[in-house]
Design a protein around this ligand. Structure first.
Ligand code: BGC
Length: 655
């Protein structure tokens, strides 16, 4: 095929056509249609600049809170089915950037602060999608960890941190599945824009990580098309004539050769062929199955953070619902990861009544939580005496608070991880009048609840659960379903906590001086108090761990196991986590690191055995002198845990 193309045609193929298609060379090759994700299909057109309305799934941060590989795989299949029906070939998702700060406006789109959890789950999302014949764009390579100044900022990161944290997540994904495309990030890393960063794209992504597919740019991220070709970037998005002119000039000047152009053209032609072949085999799953997958993901991703005296699930009695989010829930964040709403979503009251038509429930708006963490002026409070009367007369009050797609969105970071003053004060005021107070929190990333959490009875953190949000909340509040999420990011305390503020010491440079100590690796190593640790979450059931065993299988190889028993009568799911700690290290290391995890379903009174295979990768660090992984010899602990701060059992070993 390549032999039938002129040099100009080959150069044109290296640049997109319009905003969301690849070049078709006037029908000589097939076009590939792309659409944003990851929460749902989002393809803008003139009529819908924010995307044609589509079904919205729980966002990746909720999927990550589920810690459930199968659930994430099924969401991949579901969203691929939407792409099939809407005629798109490649989904511009998932994003696997590490949550370096809870302020990042796109955290809802990303999975975790931990590269292993994020990488393992993102791989399932991709497998789900690609098994249905829809390619993905794994993004944003790499270190796009905040939105502030993302087009201009240079993230200064040492090689070890880059490989152990920010590239690691991509490395894990690529070790399990080959995404059709990888998208580069907007920002620079160590002074070189990602789109033109040969060290990152060619030397690390292609040569070290073995990626053979197509690399695309983020939208408008290319500064010089010829430089980006040298870095091995294949397709520049979106279409701009300047891209072609860059290539033409560089070719004429001898800066790039036809052979170099051909390398990228061949990769693009191979992608076009792959997409054409899969097109014939694409079969969507049914819409009811998609809804069910979204619902299961939501239930499994909701995290019960507090449940004093088992106030949840709700018992019979009068229930009062407060907050306009009961009617207009926070389905998802904004920007490229947002999804325009298609159809009606039941209010929380309607959803509760679907389960229990006779339920005694009343709703009072009290406050409109339009834009809580950035612009309190947008919050309206209505009729406080009426609402407080209702609260006083009810057995349980459920307040829904959180954030929105205006606050958590592409191009912006949050100013704070607290709710606004007004909302915090309202929670305290309501708590004085309520018999029991349950707070439901809908946000895309951590919220510091320390100002009010001691005054409320229960907190259910839902995250952005998409269009099933109210159905799932109602099911969980009533105990029809047991929430089984565990936090995939630390919920820190914002007071005196400098780390979560931007580490920028110049407007163009963000120095990652914390090194590998990101997220729990930081809080845990430095002994900083947090509101809720990484991996934390309660359940309506109760689990007991026992019968711990370890078996040495070979060099660096062990099998570690335990029994987990659901000692309650309620069915539920437990997440067993395995952390590794080196106790006599010379290298500065995090206090512990997650290496394995398993989610298990346990019916009431059921007991199951959980086993983890420990191998080399559990002990590796990155050696910058040899530019390779190595195992620092010494004494290690293998920790079976419920969360990063709740260790059930410790095995000491020497490697
Ligand atoms: C975002 C990408 C997105 C692209 C296309 C960019 O602004 O950073 O994540 O896929 O736009 O909408």
């Amino acid at each position: 095929m390549i032999n039938t193309l002129s040099l100009e045609e080959k150069m044109r193929l290296l640049i997109a056509k319009g905003g969301f298609s690849t070049q078709d060379l006037n029908g000589k090759v097939s076009k590939i249609e792309v659409s944003d994700g990851p929460c749902g299909v989002r393809r803008p057109n003139d009529e819908y600049p924010n995307g044609i309305p589509s079904f919205c799934y729980p966002a990746p941060h909720v999927l990550a809170n589920s810690w459930d590989r199968e659930i994430v795989y099924k969401i991949g299949q579901s969203i691929a089915s939407d792409c099939i029906e809407q005629g798109y070939d490649i989904l511009l998702a998932p994003g696997v950037n590490i949550k370096r700060t809870p302020l990042c406006g796109r955290n809802f789109e990303y999975f975790s602060e931990d590269p292993i959890l994020a990488g393992e789950l993102a791989a399932e999302y991709i497998k789900g999608c690609q098994d249905k014949g829809i390619g993905v764009s794994l993004k944003h390579f790499c270190a796009n960890n905040s939105e502030w100044d993302r087009l201009w900022i240079s993230n200064e990161i040492d090689l070890r941190t880059l490989r152990e944290i920010y590239v690691k997540v991509f490395e894990i994904v690529l070790s399990k599945v080959e995404p059709y495309t990888v998208m580069c990030a907007y920002n620079a890393v160590n002074g070189v824009n990602c789109a033109e960063n040969k060290g990152l794209l060619n030397d690390i992504l292609r040569e070290r990580l073995g990626y053979k597919g197509v690399i695309v740019s983020d939208w408008g991220a290319v500064h010089n098309r010829a430089e980006s070709l040298k870095a091995s970037l294949d397709i520049m998005f979106f279409e701009e004539e300047s891209g072609y002119l860059d290539l033409k000039r560089a070719y004429e000047d001898g800066f790039i050769t036809e052979e170099e152009i051909d390398v990228s053209v061949n990769r693009i032609l191979a992608l076009i062929e792959k997409v054409s072949k899969t097109k014939e085999k694409r079969i969507p799953i049914s819409t009811s199955e998609r809804y069910e997958n979204a619902f299961n993901a939501a239930i499994n991703g909701m995290v019960l953070l507090k449940n004093k005296d088992n106030v949840l699930p709700l018992q019979s009695g009068k229930i009062c619902l407060l907050g306009d989010m009961c009617v207009n829930p926070a389905r998802c964040g904004g920007g490229a990861g947002g999804v325009s709403q298609k159809g009606e979503i039941p209010s929380l009251k309607q959803a509760l009544k679907k389960y229990l038509p006779q339920i005694d429930v009343e709703y009072e708006m009290l406050y409109a939580n339009i834009c809580p963490t950035s612009n309190p002026a947008n919050e309206q409070i209505t009729n406080i005496p009426k609402a407080l009367d209702l609260v006083y007369d009810s057995d349980v009050t459920v307040m829904v608070v959180g954030s929105s797609s205006i606050v958590e969105t592409e191009s912006y970071d949050r100013a704070s991880i607290r709710l606004s003053d007004k909302i915090e004060k309202l929670i305290l005021e309501v708590s004085k009048n309520a018999n029991k107070l349950v707070v439901v929190v809908e946000s895309g990333s951590a919220i510091d609840m320390s100002a009010w959490i001691d005054c409320v009875d229960a907190v259910l953190y839902t995250g952005f659960c998409g269009d099933v949000i109210n159905d799932a909340i109602a099911g969980v509040l009533l105990g029809k379903y047991n929430p089984s999420g565990r936090l995939s990011e630390t919920f820190p305390l914002s007071k005196d906590n400098d780390f979560i503020k931007k580490g920028t010491d110049s407007i163009r440079v963000d120095r990652y001086s914390e090194g590998c100590l990101v997220g729990y690796r930081y809080y845990d190593t430095k002994g900083v108090d947090v509101l809720f640790p990484f991996g934390y979450g309660l359940s309506y059931a109760e689990y007991k761990y026992s019968n711990f065993t370890i078996e040495e299988k070979g060099e660096y190889e062990y099998v570690v196991g335990c029994d987990v028993e659901n000692v309650s009568n309620k069915d539920g799911d437990e997440v067993v986590q395995l952390y590794v700690r080196q106790i006599d290290h010379v290298l500065e290391k995090p206090n512990k690191e997650l290496k394995r995890f398993k989610k298990i379903k346990l019916n009431g009174k059921e007991k199951k055995r959980v086993e983890f295979n420990i191998s080399k990768d559990c002990f590796e660090s990155f050696n910058v002198w040899n530019n390779d992984w190595f195992i620092p010899k010494g004494r290690y602990e293998l920790l079976i845990a419920r969360n990063v701060r709740d260790i059930e059992h410790c095995y000491k070993i020497k490697v």
